[in-house]
Design a protein around this ligand. Structure first.
Ligand code: SAJ
Length: 486
């Protein structure tokens, strides 16, 4: 029986590629492959579903379905479509024509308590690949997955559907995506690429696939399971770092100091052997990655079933970090309550202007946005909440507005949830005028406004980590100074 190395040698270099999942990961990956002279053609596979089918026609007309700021993406889609090197289709039988196929499909959790992932979309994608898989094809999972999935579930489903054997008839690897909205193309080209095959032949074939699209990045190869742990761990560490600064922000409020002074101080200790990545506190952690990858890592430890030596009865540090970050929109709600109390008002019957629905500044990405938790708490307290976001087009069950003055009109309180560039220029006097309130409240969840400017304008200010300002004397514009205890 010819082994895989022989089959691949006979097949020759990778020329035709398929990318499954036309989203934030799949679209930039597909057009970068298509733009490379190393490859002849790329199929972008997208299910023609009611929610996502519209992308097929848009992409084939050279238009990006992603609405946030994505430098260079629209141009590259146009270029590769016009050059007949990239085409989007819902016809998965075309997989039989490609030499390599990648899967960039969402891998959320259905229950983080029981560590139950929702791999339905991933398995459906794997079944489509297995159905049309031919000998010598390379299959790569780019989605972030529970350690053990490539050599476990993925191999099993592909073999079941195709009747072929991974490592013998086809190559199988994990090469996790590392993109962030707002810099998708650059991240793929400039970040090092982690590549992990189920065997050396698969790793070498996957290296052949990714090397042509890297500019500054280099390939780092390892086993498939190590690659899965690398990706879940790097997001878990980032979430932990954010939880650490969020906890410090909560402490700073309790101690009456400014967390940003502390951050600057801690960050100043630089030099040999000192790596300190102190991040930024805020109104919470959203997105499709940090909110779930910790649970993939936790589940990996469980399903790979090795002996874990860990302090008896102690929670996972990583899961605790999730709890701290999930608490931040709740904390912002508490700050809003306290701010309203300082004006003698309660939340019941008040209007709150919520600025920012995206989970990340200057993006249209609202997956797992912390703004939703904050909004829900306000609604439960009998508030009217109007939401402004300059980028997010729509969101199930939520009315979003592009009309900032309209959202600010008659607001008792304004809360900033996302660090969109546009909010840096909020004019205190104009905002106050729009609220029509003598003592409006402003709650800053992303440190985008200058507290003193708004306090001087007669706002009650609250900010995450701003213990130095959160009990400021209230200045009524008529220069009447009221000092109240909370
Ligand atoms: N956040 C903070 N403070 C910070 C940084 C972020 O509160 O200092 C919040 C953001 O507001 C956001 C959330 O965390 O709500 C996530 O932000 P992010 O900047 O981590 O954005 P993601 O989730 O799109 O990107 C992460 C990145 N992972 C790492 O840097 C380790 C990116 O490189 C990954 O490609 C991406 O996850 C992914 O797709 O896994």
């Amino acid at each position: 029986m010819r082994d895989l190395t022989e089959i691949l040698k006979k097949k020759g270099q990778i020329k035709r590629i398929g990318v499954i999942g036309m989203g934030y990961v799949g679209i930039p990956a597909a057009v970068l492959f298509a733009d490379s002279p190393s490859f002849d053609f790329v199929w972008g596979f997208q299910r023609d579903s009611p929610t996502s089918g519209y992308k097929i026609d848009l992409l084939n007309r050279g238009i990006s379905p992603l609405k946030g700021e994505e430098p260079g993406l629209e141009e590259l889609i146009q270029k590769t479509v016009q050059a007949d090197k990239f085409k989007c289709t819902a016809d998965f039988s075309k997989i039989s024509e490609v030499d390599a196929v990648t899967l960039a499909i969402q891998t959320p959790f259905s229950n983080t308590e029981s560590l139950e992932p929702d791999f339905n979309a991933l398995v459906a994608g794997l079944r489509q690949v297995g159905r049309y898989l031919t000998k010598g094809t390379l299959v790569v999972l780019e989605s972030t997955i529970t350690p053990g999935t490539t050599e476990g579930l993925a191999k099993q489903v592909l073999e079941e559907e195709s009747g072929l054997t991974a490592g013998h008839d086809f190559a199988l690897a994990h090469a996790p995506e590392r993109v962030m909205v707002g810099r998708l193309l650059r991240n793929i080209q400039e970040h090092d690429r982690i590549v992990g095959g189920i065997d050396d032949t698969s790793t070498i074939r996957a290296i052949e696939l990714y090397t042509p699209v890297l500019t500054k990045g280099k390939i780092i190869s390892m086993s498939a399971t190590a690659a899965e742990v690398t990706k879940t761990a790097e997001n878990t560490f980032r979430d932990l770092q954010i939880a650490a600064i969020n906890q410090l922000a909560l402490y700073s409020e309790a101690m009456g100091i400014n967390v940003y002074d502390v951050r600057e101080g801690v960050d100043s200790l630089k030099g040999e052997g000192i790596t300190r990545a102190i991040l930024y506190p805020g109104a919470g952690v959203g997105g499709h990655c940090l909110t779930k990858d910790t649970y993939h890592l936790e589940r990996g430890v469980k399903i790979l079933d090795g002996y874990l030596d860990y302090p008896n009865g102690k929670d996972s540090l990583f899961v605790l970090a999730r709890a701290v970050n999930d608490f931040m929109p709740i904390h912002l709600y508490h700050l809003t309550q306290e701010g309203m109390k300082r004006t003698g008002k309660s939340l019941e019957g008040s209007k709150i202007a919520l600025l920012g629905w995206a989970f990340l500044g200057n993006s249209d990405d609202a997956r797992n946005t912390p703004s939703e938790k904050y909004r829900d708490l306000l609604i439960e307290s009998g508030c009217t909440v109007e939401i402004h976001d300059p980028h997010v087009l729509e969101y199930p069950g939520i009315n979003l507005s592009y009309d900032l003055p309209g959202v600010l009109e008659n607001a008792d309180a304004i809360a900033i949830l996302t660090g969109h560039r546009g909010y840096l220029d909020l004019n205190a006097a104009r905002v106050k005028e729009l609220t029509g309130q003598e003592l409006p409240v402003i709650v800053d969840g992303r440190n985008v406004i200058d507290p003193d400017t708004f306090i001087r304008e007669g706002f009650v200010y609250k900010g995450i980590g701003r213990g130095d300002k959160n009990l400021h004397p209230i200045e009524l514009k008529e220069q009447v100074v009221i000092t109240t205890r909370k």
